[in-house]
Ligand binder design. Structure first.
Ligand SMILES: [Zn+2]
Length: 97
């Protein structure tokens, strides 16, 4: 777990490195320098240096990749389903005419 202290209220909270890595991957940035963590106590957005978390992120690299692959897959599936629904609707309205 990554430990971080809120800059505002000083409360310490934990970040799951797999989740952080997953969120960073979703940004589609080549090298994000910071991760924006929301403090669970005061909701302040904390910028956490990716460099400082790198060893923790590297340790769970495989898990992050797996999570990302599953996410991309479910996204592709949702897209395909939406397309299929649109096609069905189109076919249905054409039948009515
Ligand atoms: Zn806080």
């Amino acid at each position: 777990m990554i430990h971080h202290s809120c800059f505002k209220c000083k409360r310490r909270f934990e970040l799951d490195p797999v989740f952080v890595g997953f969120e960073l991957s979703k940004l589609k940035k080549k090298r994000p320098s910071h991760y924006q963590a929301v403090c669970p106590a005061c909701r302040a957005v904390n910028k956490v240096s990716v460099q400082a978390m790198q060893p923790e992120l590297d340790a769970v690299e495989d898990e992050i990749k797996k999570m990302m692959a599953e996410y991309e897959e479910s996204k592709a599936q949702a897209k395909a389903e939406a397309r299929a629904r649109a096609e069905a609707k189109k076919a249905e309205s054409q039948e009515k005419q």
